[in-house]
Design a protein around this ligand. Structure first.
Ligand code: WQD
Length: 341
């Protein structure tokens, strides 16, 4: 009997790629998504890749009664909780939406997990919980957390605190906070990928949309930072590597004899600047990108990348794909989207 894994936000960017990785490892993903940040394009792409339409419930995770009905329908082996808002810049403009949606959704998941004794839980956390790293820019899981630089970062920081307090009250659960760095790229078939509704907040979709003509010009938010070329440094992780990390997290948790709570960085361990991403794109796509230098963006951290040791030691996982692979897959996805018109 295949193990059912609840994937909230499973029609979204990281969620849909994780659904593919789960099926590849013999799990049965059950998607819950209210499509506020996803479209039928993801569902159609998933169906083409999988050869069947995955089970999906169009429900808002903040509606606990509707979520309880789903927990009554399945005997979940585990939960991967993606459903949340995730744009740093946008969260500075809309803090109340971010706190309400991201925290109520998490609280509902933990309450239902306890009510239905679903032991294995993976939380979609973020490197933003580290804030602006004080000493080294390479952060490991025990790096002292500075306060986050954005409301989005706070929803993950508080989220991890909620999970810690829950674990102290219910120590038999197997819990893992995966702290993503910057997810980028798309499935190599170009049938699923990042699908920003409206103007993209994140760098790489803005690059590819500028290149395809959907956006007029990319603005680099500052080139006067104390970094090797003046632009911010991030750890860009291919979304397929990230998806596979979630499956290995579930495989780790289901093996545990007793309760546990672990935080794990999911990054490549390498930092790349904004300008370097642009240059990789120009090389991969063999075309010039139209960009300008603009003012810094509120909430931005200057430089951060992962110490990726623990993910390898604990989960036997490490990133296999390069920034070139991610940029190429992101560009192929943009080109495929353009054909859909
Ligand atoms: C990256 C860099 C911008 C757009 C992301 C996710 C968040 C979390 C952490 C997982 C910054 C610059 C961007 C543009 C630019 N990941 N930029 N022009 O802010 O690091 O946060 O990673 O939880 O969910 O949002 O990502 O792609 O917005 O920015 O110059 O048009 O690119 O200033 O330096 P960020 P981002």
């Amino acid at each position: 009997m295949s193990k059912h894994v609840l994937v909230t936000g499973g029609a979204g960017y990281i969620g849909s790629h994780t659904v593919v990785a789960l099926v590849e490892k013999g799990y049965t993903p059950i998607i819950v998504d209210d499509f506020r940040n996803a479209t039928e394009v993801a569902l159609n792409g998933l169906t083409e890749i999988l050869g069947f339409q995955p089970t999906i419930h169009r429900v808002d995770v903040c509606q606990i009664d509707e979520m309880r009905a789903i927990f009554n329908e399945y005997s979940f082996h585990g939960i991967i909780h993606f459903a949340a808002y995730k744009a740093v810049g946008e969260s500075v403009e809309k803090p109340l939406q971010y706190y309400q949606n991201n925290l109520v959704g998490l609280l509902n998941m933990l309450s239902l997990m306890e009510e239905f004794k679903v032991l294995n839980f993976v939380f979609s956390s973020s490197c933003t919980v580290y804030g602006e790293p004080k000493e080294t820019k390479e952060v490991h899981e025990e790096t002292p957390k500075s306060l986050p630089e954005s409301p989005y970062g706070y929803t993950k920081w508080i989220g991890e605190q909620i999970i810690l307090d829950f674990f102290k009250s219910a120590p038999d659960f197997h819990l893992m906070n995966l702290r993503y760095f910057n997810p980028v790229g798309a499935h190599p078939t170009a049938k699923i990928g990042e699908f920003p509704l409206g103007k993209p907040n994140n760098l790489l979709p803005f690059v590819t949309q500028t290149a395809i003509g959907k956006q007029a010009c990319l603005t680099v938010f500052g080139d006067d930072y104390p970094t090797r070329d003046g632009s911010c440094v991030r750890d860009y992780i291919h979304v397929m590597d990230l998806a596979e990390a979630h499956v290995q997290a579930i495989q780790f948790l289901e093996k545990q004899e007793k309760g546990c709570l672990e935080a794990v960085n999911i990054g490549t361990g390498t930092g790349t600047t904004v300008l370097e991403v642009i240059h990789v794109f120009e090389k991969v796509s063999n075309q010039q990108l139209n960009y300008q230098i603009g003012p810094r963006r509120a909430g931005d951290v200057i430089e951060i990348y992962a110490n990726a040791t623990k993910s390898q030691e604990l989960l036997n996982w490490k990133a296999k794909r390069s920034i070139e692979d991610a940029v190429r897959d992101a560009w192929n996805w943009e080109l495929a989207l353009n054909e859909l018109k």
